[in-house]
Design a protein around this ligand. Structure first.
Ligand SMILES: [Zn+2]
Length: 55
């Protein structure tokens, strides 16, 4: 697992936000995010998701 940018390979609008499927280009881990306007919060959210999967 790594902290690099993830690659978005699918996205979909949903209830005031954007649902995205992401893939880490280094370790090929795939996960989904639901993004709202709060982009800064999103990054923290994504990293938390990654750490949760890692542990
Ligand atoms: Zn990775």
């Amino acid at each position: 697992m790594c902290e690099n940018e993830t690659h978005v390979y699918n996205s979909r609008r949903k209830n005031g936000g954007v649902w995205r499927r992401r893939e880490c280009p280094n370790c090929l881990t795939r996960f989904s995010t639901f993004e709202t306007i709060l982009c800064n919060t999103l990054d923290e959210y994504v990293q938390k998701r990654i750490q949760n999967k890692k542990s």
